[in-house]
Each structure stands twice: as structure tokens, then as C-alpha cells.
Write a protein of this length. Structure first.
Ligand code: ZN
Length: 281
């Protein structure tokens, strides 16, 4: 039986490994294959059903027949987000099949931020969706070999039909540069995702605080034009004060783009020169 064949033991828990395993089973070798989500879900023994839904964005139903992934038809959900939601549910099917017959996932459950250490099932499904839709097999080399830029990230976002935010967050997983992606909402830093090189620097964007006054992000929130290129800004405009990690006069590079529909700004921060060598506090 097909469903037996696709069963994956819960003990194999890293969502990225499981996503890779499923991609291998599906023999996904070119980007275009990933666009055929109906076929993918069918090949994994389930069906996609589009319907109006209250209080949920997507749902997984495991009944006597084939498992059904329902996804909301709401106009507020753009096609990229809908893809992410479907694969989030596929992640539940692949990883959490034994945990119940029905799972309803809300807007808050389905998040593009692949939060690091949590073992929560929703986080795992999000990590699965990110690793499946933006797979290492396609992006690892281009992300590692090219300089950080939104041109590169948008190119892959369009190719894979994933949101700019999801693709940018995934970029941090593979770039070899000390880069962080920062998501700000209504003028405040909401979260950030660092690359591993960035993590080693010991600097932290100031989460829950307003974006710095002299940043491109601030200009975008003030509805000013900002050219889509790297700008030098003071490190102190972005990072929580830490005299051990950087100096007052240190600069970093910032590239921000506005997402006015969400009242949000997405920023790339690139520490292109060593920090903390001037000791000028
Ligand atoms: Zn979920």
C-alpha cells in the first residue's frame, strides 16, 4: 500500500533530512519539478483540496481514504504562501502522522521563520517546508558562491515560487559571509536570522526595538525612496550595544527593501569588515 511505503519513522527527526529524503524519493532533480505540487502531494499518497476555511490556513486530515491537505482559498493568501502552507501540511504528513487524525494550522502556526532549536511540531513542519521548497540541492552552490544580494535572492524566489522572506531566510543557511536577515514590522525589529559566520561575531540586532534612525529600513518606514543597493551604516544603528563585539565607529553594510503591503521591511546586514578593532567607545 502506498501509504505504508512512504512511512518515515518519527525518530528520524531532522526536518531537513526528511525533506531531502522525500525529494529523493520523488526524484526531484530540476527546479521545475518542484512547481508541480499537486503531483508531488499525489505521489506521496495524499490529495490537495482547496476550500474556504475559518480560523485556519491549511489543514491535514487523515481518514479512512487518502490523507487530504486542505488549503484556504482566501484571496489574502498569495500563491507563494499557499505553496508554503501545502508543504507545511505535507511536513506534518511525513513527520507527525501518528499524532492524530486532524491538524488545523493557523496563520501563526505556518511561519516562514525556521526557528532554530524548537522541537514543536509546527516549527518542524515549517522547517520541512523551507527545506523542501528551497532545497539545498538547488540553492547551496549559488548561495555559497555569490555575494549576498536581493537580486540573487529574488531570482531564486521567483524560480522556486517562494516568498522573498522565506528565500532570504534560507539564504543565511548557505552563504559563507557574515550576513543576517532582519525582518522589521511597523518600525520595530521583529526577528532576525544570522548566517553561521555572523553568529560567531557576537552581535545582535536589537529585537523589539525601533529600527535605527539612520538606517535604510527607517527611511522605508518613513515612505522615503531608498536605492536597492548596499549602504554603509554604523553598526550601532542595528546592534544592541556590546563594547566587546564592536566599536562605536564601526560600519556594516545594509540593503533594505520595503514590503508596504505588510507594513514591513526586510534587511540584509553584511559585516564586510572586522568589528571591534578601533576601541573608540
Ligand atoms: Zn501545522
Amino acid at each position: 500500500m502506498a501509504l505504508q511505503r512512504i512511512w518515515i519513522n518519527n525518530t528520524m527527526s531532522r526536518p531537513e533530512d526528511i525533506a531531502n529524503h522525500v525529494l529523493n524519493r520523488l526524484n526531484i532533480r530540476i527546479e521545475e519539478d518542484l512547481l508541480l505540487l499537486d503531483e508531488i502531494v499525489n505521489a506521496r499518497g495524499a490529495l490537495i483540496h482547496e476550500c474556504s476555511m475559518e480560523g485556519a490556513e491549511a489543514r491535514l486530515l487523515i481518514g479512512p481514504g487518502k490523507p487530504i491537505i486542505s488549503v484556504s482559498t482566501s484571496n489574502y493568501i498569495n500563491p507563494y504562501r499557499r505553496r508554503f502552507s501545502i508543504v507545511h501540511e505535507l511536513g506534518h504528513l511525513e513527520m507527525h502522522r501518528g499524532n492524530g487524525l486532524m491538524r488545523s494550522c493557523t496563520k501563526l502556526d505556518i511561519q516562514e521563520l525556521p526557528a532554530g532549536n524548537s522541537v514543536d511540531a509546527e516549527q518542524e513542519a515549517n522547517q520541512f517546508a523551507s527545506a523542501f521548497l528551497i532545497p539545498a540541492r538547488f540553492v547551496e552552490r549559488p548561495f555559497a558562491e555569490n555575494a549576498p544580494s536581493f537580486d540573487l535572492i529574488s531570482e531564486w524566489s521567483e524560480k522556486l515560487q517562494t516568498s522573498l522572506t522565506a528565500t532570504a531566510l534560507r539564504f543565511t543557511r548557505f552563504t559563507l559571509e557574515p550576513v543576517a536577515v532582519v525582518y522589521s514590522f511597523q518600525g520595530k525589529i521583529q526577528y532576525f536570522q544570522p548566517s553561521s559566520e555572523f553568529t560567531e561575531l557576537g552581535v545582535f540586532p536589537d529585537v523589539n526595538h525601533p529600527v535605527g534612525l539612520n538606517t535604510g529600513a527607517r527611511m522605508l518606514f518613513n515612505r522615503k525612496e531608498v536605492s536597492r543597493q548596499w549602504h554603509e551604516v554604523r553598526a550601532a544603528e542595528w546592534f544592541r550595544e556590546n563594547r566587546d563585539a564592536f566599536d562605536r565607529g564601526d560600519t556594516i553594510r545594509e540593503l533594505s527593501i520595503g514590503m508596504p503591503n505588510y507594513d514591513a521591511v526586510l534587511s540584509l546586514l553584511w559585516v564586510h569588515e572586522p568589528l571591534g578593532q578601533k576601541d573608540d567607545w
